[in-house]
Each structure stands twice: as structure tokens, then as C-alpha cells.
Design a protein around this ligand. Structure first.
Ligand code: F6R
Length: 601
């Protein structure tokens, strides 16, 4: 199961070399296993292993995989550990079909059960492995390879970027796209497909992005496209003139903005995490509860602690990981929720090792399967953001909050704090998140114009109340780390206890002030700042004219349930920080003095 792995397939004179070259072009994302399948005689030959492409190539006998048709895959594990067995490609029982797959199959358990009953043998614990066996069923009933792939697609629920070869029809590659990207291309060098444009660029600049629920039949010198009902679709190619580095960023100028725009998909995939994972995690939550993390991940902890207290009556204390050993001693029977996108942050690992040694159970929430946190924790939830390259955490923060909300809903139900009806409503509201975030991203130009107005400021306060305080702190962290503007995020009600003395005419105060239960009290804090000449820029719920009137500038977000505001309010703040950094001529992907993963204490 994987959402953003690398796929490459080709019909070309030296297919394996082309496959390795293509996969290397995708490797900047940081994959953990690799595999290749080629057609040789009446069988397909598969080589795969854990690790990076360079080591892989030196570890295999390339003479044994020489061929003019093949497919390859680099995996970034999300479910099913990063190991040889779980690496793609997967084959059927006859060894004549090989498949690489990106995406998440929602009904794979049921399909696997059915296939097991029919005598199929499985060798991995991935969802993807059901696909070659389903194709095998189709072929056994006399269908063509293409029809067998369509037949499998019709029974599968979930997302698929899927590429298939079979020694029964060795002149072709079948590609299927549903909600997981695939691009195809053709040139004198051969016919190619990949999960992302950069992989195709050494071979062709004439590419076509496949549409959802379409099939491509690749042959030497020929590409046919059909919908799932077999109607032909005319291929429309685009000539790509991007450089390699722009191509890696999918046409965006920076990884950070690409990753901000990937948030709807990252949330959507995270919402597909199977309930049994969430329930195993929820079952761990007994005794005292602590939440720990660093930086952005600490903000996710803070947000969750507010929500746990407010919605579920659970007193869950958030503690910076670097402070943990000094802040807590009684941990027997407690649960420590450790949040870390990388799963390798030294401060967080040190906190959970300490907690474990004192008798606590650890629940990890990470974006990196196979990371240290998944090994140390008693249970873990793996968010489905895909690799995050930009140093500033963006999509991983939103998916951490999403996963924590999914967890809270389950805990609420288990502990009788939420009725079945309230649980279902909560899930429905969560399921609406990708669309809402997409809507906000659609107004990104408005944030650009606000960034123009304020990018020369030297200081900024980010203020809010309740769970949105964590969002305000996250907004301040984003701005300071990539634009080097001094920014502080703290509870709006604290201003009068000191910070307000800094405010003079023109001082920028950014309020996160959606219409939740705290909104009425935030107005008072806005007025205090205005009275000292501060410039007020607020994130407000659409149609909140009162808040709009007291603000110098505002950005409207859609109305959602209160518990979702911390998530959606973050998006304009990320966009603001990004645009300010750009206007200041800074590289948001590589802020000074910072590293993506902080592995020192
Ligand atoms: C901020 C940022 C850092 C990380 C922090 C923890 O944009 O990325 O503050 O959030 O270093 O990293 P993880 O989540 O990997 O433990």
C-alpha cells in the first residue's frame, strides 16, 4: 500500500537500463525499496529488494534481466514494512503476470480472502498483491490481458496507478489510472509510462497525463487509450520544456508550495487508514495521557490536547519532547502519544525511550513507516502524506491533525463520550476536509496580495484562542523559519500580560479567528491591539462581517465544525509564509540553519 511511490515501465531496446534511469529520476523523494520485472521467454523475471536503486543495481546480475519490455517500482512504505517481500512488482501464481501499483485498495482484505479460498498464494502483506491474482483469474477464464485488468479494476475499490506486463502478451504494457497519477510518453527510443513526468524526460518530452478510469495499451511505437467500457479515447500529448529540477517539483517552483497543494490528497489518503489501525491505537489510551513532539509536531500535540479536553474530557498534557525527561517522572501505566513526521527526531525518540523505561505505553504517529518511532512504539498510526521534501513541515502537519482527530473520534466512541450518531457526524465532517482545503487553496492569490502588503515587516504576532492557539503558533513558526521575520504565536488573552508593550502603530497582528466558541472573546483582543495602532490581518469564517470590519485585512475560510478550524486555518498561514519568503528572495525549501530531520539532542 503506497500513495506516492515511483513507477516506470517501458518497451525499449534496453528496458532495464531505461527503467533504472527513470526510477533514479524519481528517487529524490527518498524511497526505501526497489524492484523490476521483465519479460523473458514464457515467464516474467522479477528482482526486488529493500534499499536504494544504486545498491540494488550492484546487487543483481543485470545480464539476467536483459529484455525489451519491463516495469519497475520504488516504494515508500506506508503499510507493510519496507522489506523485500513487500517490494513491488508482484506476480500471480503462474509467474506470467507482474504488477506495480501506487494507491490504496480499500477492499483488499475481502478480495484477498476470496482469492485465498480459490487457492491463490500470497507472499507479502500489501494490498497491491491482490491485483496480479485477480488478473490471473481473468486470464484463466479466457480474457485478454487488457480485459483482465479492467475486470480487476471493476472489482477493486480504491486508488490505483497500476502498470501490468504478462509473458502471455509480451508486446504490450497495460496502464490503469484511478486517482493515482500516471503519465505516458512515446519517442524513437521507445514507449514509456511513469508515475511522474521527471522520469520520462531522458526518453521523451512528448507526454500525456492519463485521466481517471482510463486504460493505456502501450506497444512499440503505438499508444491506445480507452475508458473502462472499451471506448477509444484520442491521446493528446503535451511537449514538456521544464528543466529536470522544475519537473521534480511537478511544475511548481518549490517543494513547499507543491506540498501545500498536495494537502487535499494527503488528507484524503490519511482518512483511508483502516479502522483496525485506529482502534488498536485507541485501545492503548489508558491511564494518564501525554502528547509529545517537537516543532510543528508539538503544535499538533497542543491542538489535540485542547480537543481531547474539550470534546472528550481527557486531560492529555502536551510536552515538548526536548523537555520531556525533565517534566514528567510518574509514567507507570501512562500512555505517551509521540508525534513525529520523520519518526527519527532525536528529542522525540529520547522522550519515548525514557517514557517506556518508566512503564509507559507509546503510541507513535508518524509519516515514515519503518522509522525508529514505529519500532519503539507499542502501536503506531502512519499518516499518508507521502514524502515531504521541503524543510518546513506542511502536509505532514495537516495529516497529523487529521489522524489525531480520527483517533479522538474512536476514543470518544469507545469511552461513551460520543454517541454513534455523533461519531458518524464527526467522520462525515472529517471526510469533507479535502474539499474544503482545496477550496481554500483556490484563493491562494488573495494571500499573495496580503503577503505583498506585509512582507517588509520585521515582527508579527499570531494570536488565537482555544485549539487555534496551536494553529497560530504554527503560523508563526512557518513565517519565522522560512522568511526570518520575528514572529510569536501565543494565546490572544495573554497580550495584556506583557507582549502588548511591543505593539506600536503598524505592528502586524495576525488573528486566527473563525466563528468557533472562542470567537466572541477574540474580538476584544483585536480591539486592544487596534487601539495601539496594530495592523490586523485575520483568518475569519466566510460571512463574519463583524470580524471583517474590525480587521484591516482578512482572509475568509469556509464554515466547518469547530474541531476542524485548526486544520483549515493553517492553510492560509502556510501560504502567507511561503509568499513572504518568495517576496524576500529566500529559498523556502532550504531555510538557513535548519535540517529536515533533527537527529541530534
Ligand atoms: C517546522 C519543522 C520542524 C519539525 C520538527 C520535528 O516546519 O519542520 O519544527 O516539525 O523538527 O520534526 P518531526 O516531525 O520529524 O519529529
Amino acid at each position: 500500500m503506497s500513495t506516492v511511490c515511483g513507477i516506470f515501465g517501458c518497451l525499449s531496446d534496453t528496458a532495464p537500463q531505461a527503467i533504472f534511469e527513470g526510477l533514479k529520476r524519481l528517487e529524490y523523494r527518498g524511497y526505501d525499496s526497489v524492484g523490476i520485472a521483465v519479460i523473458r521467454g514464457k515467464k516474467v523475471t522479477v528482482e526486488k529488494n529493500k534499499g536504494r536503486i544504486a545498491e540494488f543495481i550492484t546487487s543483481i546480475d543485470t545480464a539476467q534481466i536483459e529484455s525489451d519490455v519491463g516495469i519497475g517500482h520504488t516504494r515508500w512504505a506506508t503499510h507493510g514494512a519496507p522489506c523485500k517481500e513487500n517490494a513491488h512488482p508482484f506476480t500471480d501464481c503462474t509467474g506470467t503476470v507482474a504488477v506495480v501499483h501506487n494507491g490504496v485498495l480499500e477492499n483488499f482484505m475481502q478480495l484477498r480472502e476470496e482469492l485465498l479460498k480459490k487457492g491463490h498464494k500470497f507472499s507479502s502483506n500489501t494490498d497491491s498483491e491482490v491485483i496480479p491474482h485477480m488478473i490471473e483469474e481473468g486470464l484463466a477464464s479466457g480474457m485478454s490481458l487488457k480485459d483482465s485488468v479492467v475486470g480487476a479494476a471493476n472489482s477493486i475499490k480504491g486508488s490505483m496507478g497500476c502498470v501490468v506486463i504478462s509473458s502471455r502478451e509480451p508486446d504490450r504494457i497495460i496502464c490503469l489510472r484511478r486517482e493515482s497519477p500516471l503519465v505516458i510518453g512515446i519517442s524513437k527510443k521507445g514507449t514509456f509510462c511513469a508515475s511522474d513526468i521527471p522520469a520520462l524526460l531522458p526518453f521523451t518530452r512528448k507526454v500525456m497525463v492519463m485521466q481517471d478510469d482510463t486504460i493505456a495499451i502501450l506497444k512499440r511505437g503505438k499508444i491506445e487509450i480507452e475508458d473502462l467500457c472499451g471506448h477509444a479515447i484520442k491521446p493528446v500529448f503535451t511537449v514538456i520544456n521544464w528543466s529536470q529540477s522544475v519537473a521534480e517539483k511537478g511544475g511548481y517552483p518549490h517543494f513547499m508550495i507543491k506540498e501545500i497543494f498536495e494537502q487535499p490528497l494527503a488528507i484524503k489518503e490519511t482518512l483511508k487508514i483502516p479502522l483496525n489501525f485506529i482502534d488498536r491505537a485507541a485501545g492503548l489510551m489508558e491511564g494518564k495521557v501525554y502528547l509529545t513532539g517537537s516543532g510543528t509536531s508539538y503544535h499538533a500535540c497542543m491542538s489535540a490536547s485542547y480537543q481531547m479536553a474539550k470534546r472528550l474530557g481527557i486531560d492529555a498534557r502536551p510536552i515538548h519532547s526536548s523537555e520531556f525527561t525533565d517534566a514528567v517522572s510518574e509514567l507507570e501505566g501512562a500512555t505517551v502519544v509521540a508525534v513525529s513526521q520523520s519518526g527519527e527526531t532525536a528529542d522525540t525518540l529520547s522522550a519515548i525511550k525514557y517514557a517506556k523505561s518508566k512503564g509507559a505505553k507509546i503510541l507513535g504517529i508518524t509519516n515514515t513507516l519503518g522509522s525508529s518511532i514505529t519500532i519503539i512504539s507499542n502501536a503506531y498510526i502512519c499518516t499518508q502524506s507521502g514524502p515531504e521534501i521541503g524543510v518546513a513541515a506542511t502536509k505532514t502537519f495537516l495529516t497529523q491533525l487529521t489522524a489525531l482527530d480520527m483517533l479522538m473520534l474512536r476514543i470518544g466512541l469507545r469511552r461513551g463520550k460520543l454517541s454513534e450518531e455523533e461519531y458518524r457526524t464527526g467522520r462525515r465532517q472529517l471526510n469533507g476536509l479535502p474539499k474544503t482545503v482545496e477550496e481554500i487553496l483556490g484563493s491562494s492569490e488573495r494571500i499573495k496580495s496580503l503577503a505583498m502588503k506585509y512582507f517588509t515587516r520585521r515582527d508579527a504576532f499570531f494570536l488565537a484562542r482555544g485549539a487555534n492557539v496551536a494553529t497560530a503558533m504554527e503560523g508563526a513558526l512557518k513565517l519565522k523559519e522560512i522568511s526570518y521575520i520575528h514572529a510569536e504565536g501565543y494565546p490572544a488573552g495573554e497580550s495584556k500580560h506583557g507582549p502588548i508593550s511591543l505593539v506600536e502603530p503598524g505592528f502586524l497582528c495576525i488573528f486566527v479567528a473563525p466563528t468557533d466558541s472562542a470567537r466572541g472573546r477574540v474580538i476584544g483582543n483585536v480591539m486592544e491591539m487596534k487601539a495601539r495602532g496594530a495592523k490586523i490581518f485575520s483568518i475569519i469564517t466566510r460571512g463574519d462581517s463583524e470580524m471583517g470590519q474590525v480587521s484591516d485585512d482578512y482572509f475568509e475560510i469556509p464554515q466547518v465544525a469547530d474541531f476542524l478550524y485548526p486544520i483549515i486555518s493553517t492553510v492560509p498561514l502556510q501560504l502567507f509564509a511561503y509568499n513572504v519568503a518568495i517576496l524576500k528572495g529566500l529559498d523556502p525549501d532550504k531555510p538557513r540553519n535548519l535540517a529536515k530531520s533533527v537527529t541530534v539532542l
